[in-house]
Design a protein around this ligand. Structure first.
Ligand code: MGD
Ligand code: MGD
Ligand code: SF4
Ligand code: MO
Length: 673
């Protein structure tokens, strides 16, 4: 039997076919029959000997009842002593829509805690906040990926899809301009590569906006008809003439003017951002600066042009719509909006007053764990924060201080290693659910294999815990289709309205992009063609100014470190480090260094280096890369322990999105002896 499904990893959600655990690529608009190395090897984890198949209590195998009884009893004790907010939940953007929804409901109804957030806070949150400010709606790409095929210029900022979404490169055919401090595999394929210092994108965007306006490229008709707020934004951009921007960013004034001209002269132009521009303490303002540029050129909301953000995780888009984000209820509703509370409480059959308000964002939550006024218990579904959170050694200490750490996962990782209770769950190919891909299209994940004996689904785990906490079983159904139908009702009338989507429509292969407000609605592949999401229908220029990185270089920490991804590994590496072909490809961490910088530290290619920041130190193998900026080093974040780049990173948070500054911190580089 072969089953048509989608890759378990990133938001491109490439189409694939499974025959048993054997993966074959499948024609789908986002991947056109392509898969990356991770997708090809994704079947290997289904039968991996490393798989968790029995619950663990303090490291020892126990029955499900023993484990679940222990968890429920501890939860009740913690909440008796510390109140409802004594318990917390960390979710993930890899969870299906059904799981994300059930997890948010479990937090608000079964635990009645405000303390829930998810790893998407570390991922997409700055672009989401910026999109909401500018457009009144956050859908990463407000158009189908295939629209990019007709572009003659694409400005790609802080994104390396040649490694992070290889099949996506098929959609970037002509006129690629890349903004990245490193000469990445993506930059290699660009007609123009701008190499700013990490954390200076905002200045660069202001410089290009300045050129657009001064050189007469602005689309004044569009600005007049479809936007507000340009004058305030321009007051700031007026002071950022390209020569001044060149001194801050290292990008020449000529290149800035060239980009302005290329974008303005293009018939079909797009501006796309990803984590390089977003994962900063000024990430939201930075994205708004790029959106301001797009608005000055009249790109958003027109067929054949636009602004978009490349969502990262498999369900990074859906994961932020159904209520696992601390400030949200399903349908992308605000948890502090009385009408939203009343509506969702009605769907859940509880009183609106019983719903908690917003709690802490992911890093603030992790930082508060085990402290006198913070949560004393944490349930983790779909994240490995010991590796992926900023200032990770501190986060590991906070986790170790808890009275109760419970992790549901299908493989052991650095966070399960600290857990009191580990609950073994099913994997993608063994369960049903939906995911919303990077273009806001809802996809059906079909069950293809029988799960191994002993594991349960996340939905079953939530139901079992809810029952033990005194909830009626029917309130937490375990059948994904039933959960989806309820999610649809809960989202009805919200920004991300799924109420017109059914499993039958998805099974029939309909291409449904949200909002889909009724059963006879064909979905919304292109948002904003007629109007933007704000009440006046207009997009907003946001006045933003350049601040630069939260921490400066000095004599002790003279280099800027940035972090990111390599093709062979996924995220914290919990899954991909278990796959031989992938660990053979990239077995350990490394640091990319300019030859002069390495020489100054007495290091050669292949040496083991020590990289130190104000938060900690790591070891990494030196890779001499001639195209690196001499003031910048790069480390992948996929590795644990002494190799873990997040021991270095700065948890300075963006004031709107609460995104940590993963993409720049001050370090020094030394030999290890
Ligand atoms: N192989 C692989 N693919 C993945 C993932 C994975 O872990 N591995 N994860 C998925 C997920 S969740 C995500 S979020 C996406 C992320 O996808 P991307 O955003 O493409 O990945 P990153 O490597 O995090 O960052 C992209 C680039 O930002 C650059 N950069 C660093 N600092 C700056 C800066 O200040 N300004 C600019 N303009 N650029 C900067 C880095 O050099 C890097 O090349 O990938 C998805 N796909
Ligand atoms: N320095 C640095 N740090 C970063 C980043 C960076 O660029 N630089 N990027 C950040 C970004 S964009 C992201 S998205 C985060 C991601 O980082 P993490 O949140 O750590 O993500 P994963 O490694 O994907 O962890 C997912 C875990 O959940 C499990 N899992 C997967 N699916 C399911 C499921 O359905 N149910 C359950 N119960 N478990 C599941 C996997 O086996 C794995 O152990 O890292 C962030 N950290
Ligand atoms: S690009 Fe993303 S979705 Fe496609 S095969 Fe690779 S990891 Fe999977
Ligand atoms: Mo991400």
């Amino acid at each position: 039997m072969t089953v048509e499904t989608h890759c378990p990893y990133c938001a491109l959600q490439c189409g694939m076919t499974l025959a048993g655990a054997e993966v074959k690529p499948r024609e789908f608009p986002t991947n056109r029959g392509g898969l990356c190395q991770k997708g090809w090897t994704s079947g290997a984890l289904l039968s991996s000997p490393a798989r968790l198949t029995t619950p663990l209590l303090h490291g020892k195998p126990v029955t499900w009842d023993t484990a679940l009884d222990f968890v429920a009893e501890r939860i009740e004790r913690i909440q008796r002593q510390h109140g409802r907010d004594g318990m917390a939940i960390l979710g993930g953007g890899g969870l299906t829509n059904e799981k994300s929804y059930a997890l948010g409901k479990f937090a608000r109804v079964a635990l009645r805690t405000s303390q829930i957030d998810y790893n998407g806070r570390f991922c997409m949150s700055s672009a989401a906040a910026a999109g909401n400010r500018a457009f009144g709606v956050d859908r990463g790409m407000p158009f189908p990926v295939t629209d990019l095929d007709d572009a003659d210029v694409v400005l790609l900022i802080g994104a390396n899809p040649a490694e992070t979404m290889p099949p996506f490169m098929q959609h970037l055919k002509a006129g690629l301009i890349v903004v990245d401090p490193r000469r990445t595999a993506t930059a290699e394929r660009a007609m123009l590569h701008l190499k700013p210092s990490p954390g200076t994108d905002l200045a660069l965007a202001l410089g290009i906006l300045h050129s657009v306006f001064v050189d007469g490229h602005a689309d004044k008709q569009y600005m007049n008809d479809r936007t507000t707020g340009f004058d305030e934004a321009w007051r700031i951009a007026a002071a950022w003439w390209p020569e001044r921007v060149e001194r801050v960013t290292g990008v020449s004034a000529t290149d800035q003017r060239t980009v302005a001209r290329l974008l303005a002269n293009a018939r079909n132009a797009y501006i796309l951002t990803a984590r390089g521009t977003e994962q900063h303490a000024t990430g939201t303002d930075t994205v708004n600066a790029w959106i301001n540029l797009a608005l000055s050129l009249g790109l958003p909301g027109k067929r054949g042009s636009g602004y978009g953000c490349l969502t990262g995780q498999g369900n990074g888009q859906g994961g932020r719509e159904h209520g696992q984000k601390t400030d949200q209820l399903p349908g992308y509703r605000k948890i502090d909006d009385p009408a939203a509370r009343e509506y969702v409480a009605g769907v859940w059959g509880v009183s609106p007053d019983s719903l908690p308000g917003p709690g802490r964002s992911a890093y603030e939550l992790l930082d508060a764990l085990g402290r006198p006024h913070g949560p004393q218990g944490l349930l983790v579904f779909g994240s490995n924060p010991v590796v992926s959170a900023p200032r990770s050694a501190h986060v590991a200490e906070r986790l170790a201080d808890l009275d109760l750490l419970v992790v549901a996962d299908f493989v052991p990782n650095e966070t399960t290693a600290l857990a009191d209770v580990v609950l073994p769950v099913t994997q993608w190919a063994e369960e049903e659910g939906t995911l919303t891909n990077l273009e806001g299209r809802i996809l059906h994940r079909r069950p293809a294999l029988r799960p191994p004996d002993g594991v349960r689904t996340d939905l079953e785990v939530l139901q079992e815990l809810a029952i033990r906490l005194g909830q009626p079983a029917e309130r937490f159904p375990t059948d994904a289709e039933t959960v989806f139908a309820e999610l649809g009702r809960a989202s009805k009338g919200g920004v991300a309205d799924y109420s017109g989507i059914t499993y039958d429509r998805l099974r029939a292969g309909e291409a449904l992009h949200w909002p889909v407000p009724s059963a006879d609605h064909a979905g919304t592949p292109r948002l904003f063609l007629d109007s933007f999401g704000h009440p006046d229908g207009k997009a907003r220029f946001i006045p933003v100014d350049h601040k630069g990185p939260a921490e400066d270089v000095d004599a002790d920490f003279p280099l800027r470190a940035t972090t990111g991804r390599v093709l062979a590994h996924y995220q914290s590496g919990a899954q991909t480090r278990l796959i031989k072909e992938l660990t053979d490809a990239v077995p350990e961490s490394y640091v990319e260094v300019h030859p002069d910088t390495a020489a100054r530290s007495g290091l050669e290619h292949g040496d083991l280096a020590k990289v130190t920041s104000r938060r900690g130190e790591v070891q990494a193998r030196v890779r001499i890369v001639a195209s690196m900026r001499p003031d910048v080093v790069f480390l992948p974040f996929h590795f644990p322990g002494d190799n873990n780049a997040n021991r270095l990173t700065n948890p300075a948070l963006d004031p709107s999105s609460r995104m940590p500054e993963f993409k720049v911190c001050a370090v020094r580089l030394e030999g290890t002896t």
